[in-house]
Structures are given as structure tokens and as C-alpha cells.
Ligand binder design. Structure first.
Ligand SMILES: [Zn+2]
Length: 309
């Protein structure tokens, strides 16, 4: 079933690229959440007051489907309701299940007098001279004063500018990043000295150490920092691989080129080894991804979507 059909069936609107709805005074968005390879639909309610675990269980029981709690303005103030939709179900069944989950969730929230956020999500106040409007921000549907939305965008842009002034720290940060990548090699090296084997999983430590080094240098946390850290990590990995195979060759009294020329059978071995090293370095990049990708310019992008609504 396409998102459009579901959107029409549930009478949702599209604002700022998100599907949103307003029923009985309850504001919600319908998003898709990735869980591994599966993408699930979820209704997202940002609440005025936190939802405790006991309450989550009550709601979950009432809607006969999974509910999760997250945080936005305060801990536990976001409710996620996952309608029980399976990809193989017919369109009408999907729509019906989504509709039931949504209705039941709102009925339950209502019966316990839980309301969705009714104050501006930026200032949290009432302004006599200004009414709030409904906007989407980070996939949530929220009330905001137009002037507060403007301020939010402004301060996010300001943060990018401030971050940009840190470029003078870049050379030092690069140095520390490279040093970090080399330090990230230490576990592999020690493991090899101790056991005579290379534990590929330890390659994952390289990007994590490189990122820590880069951060310690206080250079800008802008998007290109991610590329730098990844490049440094792979360079360190290649450096180690080169050193490893050169020392293997020298034990046979050969250069690396000589080893490959004289023993063609080693080429697939080297390539396989390299492949595994790339894989585990990439796993390290993935593990540190949240840390790496949480850059200031990304935050600004999230804020900027408000401007376009
Ligand atoms: Zn406000």
C-alpha cells in the first residue's frame, strides 16, 4: 500500500514533508521507522506531560499493538504507536488496522486526560500577542510561535557560523585525528604480537579513536569532518596492512612486490585480508556514526525545514 493511500484513508495532511493529523485536539505525525531491514509505520504523539511505564502498558493493552516511549522536551514525553501492519496485508486491512490503532490510542489518552503538547515547543509559553501555528520538526507535529520558529532557525544558523570560526583548529585536529587513528591500530598490533594472529574485529577501533582525536582538537563539527575521519581511518588501516605484508615478505628476504611476483598465490590472500580489513574498519565507522554524523550543520538543516512550511 502506498503512503498516499494510507494518508488519504486516515485524512492526514502533508506538512514539511511529513504526514500529520489533528483529531479531537490530538496532534500526531505518521512516520516510518527503520528496524533493521524492516520499515514500520508509527504514529507519534508529543505529550504535554511525560508518560510513565505503567501508563505505556495501559495504552499498549488498549491499542493491542506495540507502544514505545521517547523523549523530546522532557523525558518520556513522546508516544510511538506502531499499528500492526504487515507488508503482505491487503490495502483495506492495513488501513483498517492503522485506523483502529489511531482511534484506540486517542480514546485511551483522552480517558486519562493526557493531552498532546499545547504550548509552543520552543518557548513553552503563551504569548498574548501571538497565536501558535502547527509545524513539523524532526518528524514531530508541534505547535510553535512563528517568531519562535524564526529564532530557532536563526540560532541554528548562528551555531553553524560559530562552528565555522573553529577552522583555525583544523590542522591540530587533523594531527590528533591521525594520531587517534594510529592509536586505534595499537590493539590490533598488540593482539598480533601476543597471539600471532590479526583480529579483524579490532579494526573497528580505528575510526572510533580517530574521531576522538579529531574532536579533542576542537576543530569544527561540520559535515566534512565526517569525511576526514573516515579517510584517516582507512589510511591507517592501509598503512597497517602494507606494513604487515611488507614484514611478511621481508621474513622471506623479499620486498612486497617481490613476494607477489615470486608467489602469485599470495595475491588472493592479500586481497582477502584487505577486504576483511575494509569491512571491519567500515563497521567501526558505522559504530561511531551517530557520534560522527551529529554535526552542527545537520541540526541546522532540521531547523531550516520549519522555514519552508
Ligand atoms: Zn514560542
Amino acid at each position: 500500500m502506498s503512503d498516499e493511500l494510507l494518508m488519504q484513508g486516515l485524512h492526514l495532511e502533508q506538512i514539511g514533508g511529513e504526514y500529520v493529523g489533528l483529531r479531537d485536539g490530538y496532534r500526531f505525525s505518521m512516520i516510518k521507522v527503520s528496524m533493521g531491514y524492516v520499515r514500520l509505520y508509527a504514529f507519534v504523539f508529543v505529550m504535554q506531560t511525560p508518560i510513565e511505564e505503567s501508563m505505556r502498558k495501559i495504552i499498549q493493552k488498549a491499542v493491542h499493538t506495540t507502544c514505545r516511549i521517547g523523549g523530546f522536551k522532557q523525558r518520556n514525553d513522546v508516544l510511538y504507536v506502531f499499528p500492526n501492519i504487515a507488508p503482505i496485508q491487503k490495502a483495506e486491512v492495513k488501513l483498517q488496522k492503522a485506523e483502529t490503532a489511531l482511534t484506540d490510542a486517542i480514546t485511551t489518552l483522552k480517558s486519562f486526560s493526557f493531552r498532546t503538547l499545547d504550548h509552543c515547543f520552543v518557548c513553552g509559553e503563551e504569548k498574548s500577542e501571538e497565536e501558535t501555528v502547527n509545524r513539523t520538526f524532526r518528524q514531530m507535529y508541534l505547535p510553535v510561535h512563528p517568531s519562535c520558529a524564526k529564532e530557532l532557525v536563526q540560532s541554528a544558523k548562528q551555531a553553524v557560523e560559530n562552528e565555522g570560526t573553529k577552522t583555525k583548529n583544523l590542522p591540530f585536529s587533523l594531527l590528533l585525528g591521525a594520531l587517534g587513528a594510529l592509536i586505534g591500530l595499537v590493539p590490533i598490533f598488540l593482539g598480533m604480537l601476543a597471539t600471532g594472529s590479526v583480529y579483524a574485529i579490532l579494526y573497528a577501533a580505528i575510526p572510533i579513536a580517530a574521531m576522538a582525536g579529531y574532536k579533542a582538537g576542537k576543530a569544527p563539527k561540520l559535515a566534512y569532518a565526517t569525511a576526514i575521519v573516515i579517510a584517516l581511518s582507512f589510511l591507517a588501516m592501509l598503512f597497517f596492512e602494507f606494513w604487515l605484508w611488507t614484514s611478511i615478505a621481508s621474513e622471506a628476504g623479499l620486498t612486497l612486490a617481490g613476494l607477489i611476483a615470486e608467489y602469485p598465490d599470495t595475491t588472493p590472500l592479500i586481497l582477502e585480508d584487505l577486504g576483511i580489513s575494509v569491512l571491519f574498519t567500515a563497521i567501526g565507522v558505522y559504530l561511531s556514526w551517530r557520534f560522527i554524523s551529529g554535526t552542527v550543520d545537520k541540526n541546522a538543516k532540521a531547523a531550516e525545514t520549519i522555514e519552508k512550511q
